[in-house]
Design a protein around this ligand. Sequence first.
Ligand code: HXC
Length: 542
Amino acid sequence: MSISELDRIPDFASERNGNGSAGQGSGQTMDALRERRDRLRARILRGRPEAAERQHKLGKRTARERLELLLDEGTFVEVDMYRRHRAHGLGMEAERPYTDGVVTGSGTIHGRRVFVYAQDFTVFGGSLGEAHALKIHKVMDLALATGSPFIGLNDSGGARIQEGVMSLNGYGEIFRRNVQASGVIPQISVVLGPCAGGAAYSTALADFTFMVRDTAQLYLTGPDVVEAVTGQRVSHAALGGADVHGGLSGVATFVHDDEETCLEEVRYLVSMLAGNNMELPPRLPSRGAAGDTRPRLAEIVPVDPGKPYDMRLVVAELVDDGDFLEVHELWAPNVICALARIDGEVVGIVGNQPMVLAGVLDVPASQKAARFVRFCDAFSIPLVTLVDVPGFLPGTDQEHSGIIRHGAKLLYAYCDATVPRVQVILRKAYGGAYIVMDSRSIGADLSLAWPTNEIAVMGAHGAVNVIHRRELAAAEDAAALRAELVRAYTEQLVHPQYAAERGLVDDVIDPADTRAAVARGLAMLRDKRKPQPHRKHGNVPL
Ligand code: HXC
């Protein structure tokens, strides 16, 4: 059923004519005009109940219901409610619904201002035409002008087919604004329905992308086109569902089971972010962490560097209330990236995860951590890097996939970061991975190490095999000789004080004191300033 067949909202002019009056100048009272305005407004706000019901049946909420969940109660200020398209042809004249399929405005989250749009799938499938796009441009401009986070709730069939190139132009203008705003205000994209075609690029340009299982789909070309071009039949979910983008492509930063949880988590994320790059993230009162001991840390992490453990348990011990928001939890789980607070101060935590692939760095892990470090640096979030890394993942697969290029992204991101940077070496830190995981050599401000630290070009066995190859080959008892050489190498090169004696580790700390030492370090570095040389921009190995 088309919009006009359902409950098409009469426009202001037809209402006025229906009342037999010619307008303000002909004796209309302010009360009468206000009453008409209110009636129209009420109709727009009510929307079409049948269409809303259809959304609900699909497990989705309407645009306005979503905004109610996202924003603090009663804070939404709508702009451009009365906007309508001016397209002609293909039946467009017959249907000119107010809002044009997107609700835009501002509100607060935990008392702090944000700008938002929420696409309304019940109007032209939430598709983006000229007027729809102009509304989004307006709130993007306001977000940038006021230094406020920008949040887009997407539920759309993509470019409005009937509006042709004006739809494409509308998208291009969004992408341009996304890029202008990058690193100036946080941008969050929430996918709550289809998000097809080029529209998907706005989510890729955002800092964080949320998706909801079962209802959200994100792809450049849908299943029909895929089948037509490749012959491959694939479902919407298998092509671009939340788990595909959360776990495989890395496009989705967060995946949730339902809209309520998803929007609540957006609120949690916003609670930890500065409004813009000139502000600091919201700080909570100190918890006295500088005197806090955590004996459990030594129980969580086995002394044997080959034994796995869950780095998330370490993170939970270090942060306030054990609360942290894991970024890309499902993608590249061999590295952990999380936002949390230590002693009330928001920090970005990057940690190797020995439980997955022994915590090696590979292509996805490098990309994931690099983008996270860039975000933290852009928005004044200090970095805490937890190191327990055997190295980069060796193999033709990795080399041919460009691990050099992708690993360089992480290296670049750390080298370029000017926020306070604290490195904690728990156990092993070998080779290039040691350097990349925020070593002092690339600019960490403070390096703390546990007594279990082993920092070297490579592990003792590998090292002995390389430098004593000939002796080992000639030895009668190679095993005994190897054991002796390994012991000597370890004693001389990888003992706990080795790096500290050379100033590459600032302190060797008791694991139980890690939270306290990091909190003290962050306090010490709070006023860090690091001017960068003037340049147009660096050339990140994208
Ligand atoms: C105009 C659209 C539309 C679109 C959907 N509708 N997409 N109208 N332009 N792009 C309309 C439908 O005609 C329908 O109108 C209503 O929205 C609901 O759509 P349904 O198909 O009934 O919904 P559903 O079955 O849930 O399917 C949703 C969908 C499907 C998967 C999104 O509508 C779809 O495939 N749409 C086209 C997607 C697409 O190819 N978009 C262009 C991508 S290219 P009525 O009146 O019947 O209710 C692109 C380029 C951007 O975006 C480039 C930027 C650089």
